[in-house]
Design a protein around this ligand. Structure first.
Ligand code: PLP
Length: 398
C-alpha cells in the first residue's frame, strides 16, 4: 500500500496542517476514507460543498459542459457565464458582476474596484477600514486586509492603505475614518475568526455612516453568501445593501469559482482594468449556474434557516449542560461552539474517530458548516456524536 502520508511529508510544501484522513470519495453529507470508513461531513469544504458531495446537479453540469466547451478566453462571449451573471444580478441588489476563481481573487478585484472609485469619485481616497479577526484569503492584499498577524507577519513589506478596527464596533469605524478612507470592508459574520455574529443594528449603523461620509461598503460574503446563513446573501439578514459584495465557496458547490458584484455607481471599471485567464470559464460558471439555480428553486436558504433552528436548540441545551462550553453562536448552517479552554483540537479529533468531521476554527472553538442539503436525520445524528464527544471525551478532568 502506498504510504500517502509519508509521500505528502516528502513532497509537499509545509504550508498547512491536515487531518489524519485520506479521503477518496464523497456522497451527499458523507466523506469516505481509503479504508471505506464513512464520516458525516459537517466541515463541508469549509462551506464550499453547498449541495453536498458530488450532487447530481453538479456532476451532470460538469459532464454536459465538458462535452460542449470547457474553456474559452474572456475575449469571447460564452453562455453559462452570462446565464450565471443574470441569475446573480436578478436575485441580488447589484447591477454588475465579474467572475474569478477563488475568494481571495474576488476580494482583490473588489479592492481594486474600490481604489479606482476612490481615484475617480473621491479625490484619490484609498484607505480601507477592515476588522480585527477578519479573514479575506491569502494573497498579499487579502492577508493585509485580514486580521490575523500570523498570516501576514512573515511576508512584509505589506501593501499600504489598510487600517483595522474591532469587529462589531461602529464607533471604531467612525473614529478610524479620515478624508483618505475609500471603503469599509467586512464579513457580515466572521467565518474563520470563529463565527462572530454582530449585534443587531451594527450593519445599519455602518451603512448609515458610509452614506454620511460617501464611502463604499464592501461585504466579503465568500463564506456567508449563497444560502449559508439562511438567506441567499447575508446582507439580507441585516436589512442593508452593500455597494460591493464578493462571493466564493458555496457558489460553485466545490469547484473553483468566485465573483465580485457591484452597484452601478461603484462599477467604475473600463475595458482593460481587470482580467483573468480562467475566471468565468464555461465549465465553472455552468456549475455555478446550476448550483445557484437549484439553490433558488429549492429554496435552500429557507431550509438552511430551518435547520439552523435545530442546531441552535441542541447547542443551547449543550451550553446549559456543560460548564466547559462557554458560548454557542451562529446563523443558518454556520455555527461555532466555544470552550473555556483550548479544546478545539481534542474535540475535532475525537469527533473524527466517531465518524464526524468538524473544524477547530480557533484553538478554543469548533465550527460546523454542513452542506445546505443536510437532512434533519443527518443533522441530529451528527449533533448527537458531537454532544457525546464534548460531554465525554473533551470534558476536563474533574
Ligand atoms: C475562505 C474565505 C476567503 C478566501 O477564499 P479562497 O477561495 O480560499 O481564496 C475569503 N473570505 C472569506 C470570508 C472566506 O471565508
Amino acid at each position: 500500500m502506498t504510504n500517502w502520508r509519508e509521500k505528502e511529508a516528502k513532497y509537499f510544501l509545509r504550508a498547512g496542517r491536515r487531518m489524519p484522513l485520506l479521503t477518496v470519495r464523497g456522497e451527499g453529507s458523507f466523506l469516505y476514507d481509503d479504508t471505506g470508513k464513512r464520516y458525516l461531513d459537517f466541515f463541508g469544504g469549509p462551506a464550499t460543498i453547498s449541495l453536498g458531495h458530488s450532487h447530481p446537479v453538479i456532476v451532470n453540469a460538469l459532464r454536459e459542459q465538458a462535452q460542449e466547451l470547457i474553456h474559452v478566453s474572456n475575449q469571447f462571449y460564452s453562455i453559462p457565464q452570462i446565464q450565471l451573471a443574470e441569475l446573480l444580478i436578478e436575485h441580488s441588489v447589484f447591477d454588475r458582476v465579474y467572475f474569478m476563481n477563488s475568494g481571495a481573487e474576488a476580494n482583490e478585484g473588489a479592492l481594486k474596484l474600490a481604489r479606482k472609485w476612490g481615484k475617480e469619485k473621491k479625490g484619490g481616497a484609498y484607505e480601507i477600514i477592515a476588522a480585527d479577526n477578519a479573514f479575506h484569503g491569502r494573497t498579499l492584499q487579502a492577508v493585509t486586509a485580514g486580521g490575523t498577524e500570523r498570516y501576514k507577519a512573515p511576508f512584509g513589506p505589506l501593501p499600504p492603505g489598510f487600517v483595522h478596527v474591532p469587529f462589531n464596533d461602529a464607533g471604531a469605524i467612525k473614529r478610524a475614518t479620515t478624508p483618505d478612507t475609500v471603503a469599509v470592508f467586512l464579513e457580515p459574520i466572521q467565518g474563520e475568526g470563529g463565527i462572530n455574529v454582530p449585534d443587531d443594528g451594527y450593519f445599519k449603523q455602518v451603512r448609515a455612516w458610509c452614506d454620511e461620509r460617501g464611502i463604499l461598503l464592501i461585504l466579503d460574503e465568500v463564506q456567508t453568501g449563497c444560502g449559508r446563513t439562511g438567506r441567499l446573501f447575508a446582507y439580507e439578514l441585516f436589512g442593508i445593501e452593500p455597494d460591493i459584495m464578493t462571493l466564493g465557496k458555496g457558489i460553485g458547490g466545490g469547484v473553483p469559482l468566485s465573483a465580485f458584484l457591484a452597484k452601478e455607481h461603484a462599477a467604475v471599471f473600463t475595458p482593460g482594468d481587470h482580467g483573468t485567464t480562467y475566471g468565468g470559464e464555461p465549465l465553472m460558471t455552468r456549475v455555478g449556474y446550476e448550483v445557484m439555480r437549484y439553490m433558488i428553486e429549492q429554496d435552500l436558504p429557507a431550509r438552511a434557516a430551518a435547520k439552523g433552528k435545530i442546531i441552535e436548540r441542541r447547542l443551547h441545551s449543550l451550553l446549559d449542560r456543560c460548564p466547559h462550553v462557554t458560548e454557542v453562536r451562529g446563523k443558518g448552517l454556520m455555527w461555532a461552539i466555544e470552550f473555556s479552554s483550548d479544546l478545539g483540537e481534542r474535540v475535532t479529533n475525537a469527533a473524527l474517530e466517531n465518524g464526524l468531521i468538524v473544524n477547530n476554527v480557533r484553538p478554543n472553538a469548533v465550527r460546523l458548516t454542513p452542506p445546505l442539503t443536510v437532512s434533519d436525520e443527518e443533522l441530529e445524528q451528527g449533533l448527537a456524536i458531537l454532544e457525546h464527544v464534548i460531554e465525554r471525551d473533551a470534558a476536563p478532568a474533574k
